[in-house]
Design a protein around this ligand. Structure first.
Ligand SMILES: Cc1ncc(COP(=O)(O)O)c(C=O)c1O
Length: 395
């Protein structure tokens, strides 16, 4: 048995053999569908890069509470500075954002800061397809969510969105990659309307963050979104989705540090200015994001984005070649929705057959019953062919 597993076991007490615990862990892991199986088509989160995992583990026991991990905080600031440039935020010595636990926390922090600026306002305007995290914290933050309906059940209705923004609006949420199909809100129009009413603009790029700065069509609209000219207030991006980092790695960025300062709390012990939602925070996520940035650089992330988008187009083309199938909407990022033209019953039957073969694919119920397959960095062309073969057999 390796020595470290017996570390600090209570003396004189019978404990389970650590090797037995390892065996039980292995058995538990075997219940999960492995990334390598090629069957995982249902998650925006990723199989982390081994280097990111190594960095994550190496700094897992360091605390990012101020002054408790200098190296961790430096890495965090470097990550925030680099990501800020992807979206045109002015350089502000690392105080314009932080590494958080994921998209939900990032979205929460953004609206918490908006509330601190306009305590009297409650109204939040967002597309109907926005992520459910807003519903999650609408209660504690006392928000009034006003979801904008969709045209044909699919695309956000720009006119309704703009008409809903008014002087009572606390914040608009611009979804840049909705969780189901990667749809994007009409950013320019919404930003202009929000400016007229002096409300916060939060960009939810938890999904789309690794595509917006790199795909020319999106870069034009989002590459300077946090700059003073565009004036979006905050942006969420998730390294644990398309950034190859382990789960628990998110980032929230601010265009101006005064918005982040508004949620600052002076704490007597330890003597810190706390601006984060979490108290003690592991430096693991910041180290992972930093390590991947060192390894890949912006250009590496751009190439990864191009590769995964090409794989998604390939899947969409292969699916569209089935006369029995119809693609739902237009694949924008890495998700493809499809259903059997013959009807819902047949789509459910296809879903059941694919599930029986172990494929993890998400069924969606709106606007019709359809299946959504997500392509990721861990998806190989052979995995796509395997899925196509399975669909072929199921028809
Ligand atoms: C657009 C969007 N926002 C927020 C989230 C929430 O992210 P997390 O699950 O990391 O909290 C997701 C997750 O899929 C998302 O797609």
């Amino acid at each position: 048995m390796s020595q470290d597993l017996t570390d600090r076991l209570p003396a004189g007490q019978e404990t389970l053999d650590p090797e037995e615990v390892l065996r039980r862990l292995k058995a538990a892991a075997a219940e999960e569908t492995a990334w390598e199986s090629g069957l995982v088509f249902n998650t925006l989160c990723c199989r982390p890069h081994p280097l990111a995992l190594r960095a994550f583990t190496q700094f897992a026991d360091r605390n990012l509470l101020k002054e408790q991990s200098f190296a961790g905080r430096r890495m965090e600031q470097e990550v925030v500075a680099a990501y800020s440039t992807w979206f045109g935020a002015p350089p502000q010595q690392g105080r314009n954002g932080y590494v958080c636990s994921g998209g939900t926390e990032g979205n929460f922090v953004a609206l918490w800061a908006a509330k601190a600026k306009h305590p009297g306002r409650r109204k939040v305007v967002l597309a109907k397809y926005a992520h459910y995290s807003y519903d999650r914290f609408a209660g504690p933050l006392e928000l009034q969510l006003v979801p904008v309906p969709l045209r044909n059940g699919l695309e956000v209705d720009t006119g309704s969105f703009l008409d809903t923004i008014d002087g009572e609006t606390l914040s608009v949420i611009i979804t840049a990659g909705d969780p189901v199909l990667g749809r994007l809100d009409p950013v320019e129009d919404i930003v202009a309307a929000a400016r007229r009413h002096d409300c916060a603009v939060h960009i939810d790029a938890a999904y789309g963050g690794y595509f917006l700065p790199f795909v020319p069509e999106y870069r034009e609209r989002f590459g300077a979104i946090l700059s003073p000219a565009n004036n979006a207030t905050t942006l969420t991006i998730d390294p644990h989705k398309y950034g190859l980092c382990p789960l628990g790695t998110g980032i929230v960025l601010f265009s101006g540090k005064e918005d982040l300062d508004r949620i600052s709390l002076s704490v007597p012990f330890p003597p810190i200015e706390s601006r984060t939602f979490q108290g003690s925070r592991s430096a693991g996520p910041a180290a992972a994001a930093w390590a991947m940035l060192q390894l890949l650089g912006t250009d590496g992330y751009r190439r990864l984005a191009e590769d995964v988008l090409a794989k998604c187009n390939h899947l969409a083309t292969r699916l569209a070649a089935f006369p029995e199938l119809e693609i739902v909407g237009r694949p924008r990022m890495t998700s493809v929705g499809f259903h059997v033209k013959a009807g819902e019953e047949q789509t459910i039957a296809l879903y059941n057959k694919l599930s029986a073969r172990g494929f993890l694919i998400t069924p969606q119920t709106k606007p019709t019953f359809f299946l959504r397959a997500i392509v990721h960095h861990h998806t190989m062309l052979a995995h796509i062919e395997h899925l196509i073969e399975a669909i072929h057999d199921a028809m």
